[in-house]
Design a protein around this ligand. Structure first.
Ligand SMILES: Nc1ncnc2c1ncn2[C@@H]1O[C@H](COP(=O)(O)OP(=O)(O)OP(=O)(O)O)[C@@H](O)[C@H]1O
Ligand SMILES: [Mg+2]
Length: 273
């Protein structure tokens, strides 16, 4: 990061990585990791080379959700990502397994995020999906001030508190001129006896997306198998169910929005040259 004297440091792309998709939220526990993991697997199932970076260094949940408990190997100065379910993965949880908490100060946090981005041997990737911690804190700032991202996906539930915080998350990316691809409304409803029950209220994600002038990318229902898949290390997107079809559709939509976002940026870069 480089707030020295208020100077903006130039953002440095990650060589070989075509698209960086940051999955964030205002509030915790809304399903960011679930969406990031299932989005990454769905993108890989569509034939893309995909990496998943667990940037939640405070509470890394990606190893549990993928059912991976390996230690990554070093490769010269670099770390080799773990291969799991067809994607390349890196998480603090691989380096600090168990339930010992890690306490990070700003500069250390910055350096671990930089190492995860630049000293992991990601190779050629079509998509690097980044699972962010909740909120608008240091990890998010470090990422967006140092690295150009293709776009952010903001996850929210339909509840008012979650939507209010989702607006803050959208604003944060807009303030640093990083595109927001759109909002995913998670836990939108529960299917019960063939009917949709709107547990946390109805249509809040769509209204918020309209208000913020960003697309609504998906409405993902509350689903027992999705929760169980996360807890057992077998993400729902690996299977072939109505819920996995929704994540596949989300992957298609993210690809489309990512492409659109890149073409929108091109004229600006030409002018800046
Ligand atoms: N659509 C869903 N249906 C059922 N359970 C879900 C769904 N989405 C997420 N969950 C469950 O809700 C819990 C929280 O989800 P998750 O860990 O993905 O949220 P998070 O936003 O990453 O949380 P944190 O802010 O702590 O990182 C998990 O147990 C997960 O399995
Ligand atoms: Mg999480």
């Amino acid at each position: 990061m480089g707030p020295q004297g208020g100077q903006q440091q130039p953002k440095v792309p990650i060589p070989g990585v075509q698209n960086i998709i940051a999955v964030g939220s205002g509030k915790g526990g809304v399903g960011k990791t679930t969406v990031a993991v299932n989005l990454a697997i769905s993108l890989a199932k569509l034939g893309h080379a995909v990496g998943l970076l667990d940037a939640d260094v405070y509470g890394p949940n990606v190893p549990l959700m993928l059912g991976v408990h390996e230690t990554p190997h070093a490769l010269g100065q670099n770390i080799r990502p773990i291969q799991a379910h067809g994607i390349r993965v890196m998480s603090m949880g691989f380096l600090n397994p168990g339930d010992k908490p890690l306490v990070w100060r700003g500069p250390m946090l910055n350096s671990v995020i930089q190492q995860f981005l630049r000293n992991v041997d990601w190779g050629s990737l079509d998509y690097l999906v980044i699972d962010l911690p909740p909120g608008t804190g240091d990890v998010q700032l470090t990422l967006i001030q140092t690295t150009p991202i293709t776009g952010a996906v903001i996850v929210t539930t339909p509840s008012d508190v979650s939507l209010e915080d989702a607006r803050k998350a959208v604003h944060m990316f807009e303030q640093v001129r990083e595109p927001v691809l759109g909002i995913v409304e998670n836990m939108s409803y529960l299917e019960h006896n063939g009917e949709k029950v709107y547990v946390f209220g109805k249509g809040g994600g769509a209204k918020t997306a309209e208000l913020m002038k960003v697309p609504l990318l998906a409405e993902i229902p509350l689903d027992l198998q999705t929760r169980a898949g996360g807890d057992s290390g077998k993400p729902i997107a690996l299977g072939n169910t109505p819920q996995s079809a929704l994540f596949r559709q989300l992957a298609h939509t993210v690809i489309e929005k990512a492409e659109a976002s890149k073409t929108r940026l091109r004229p600006t870069m030409t002018v800046a040259d």
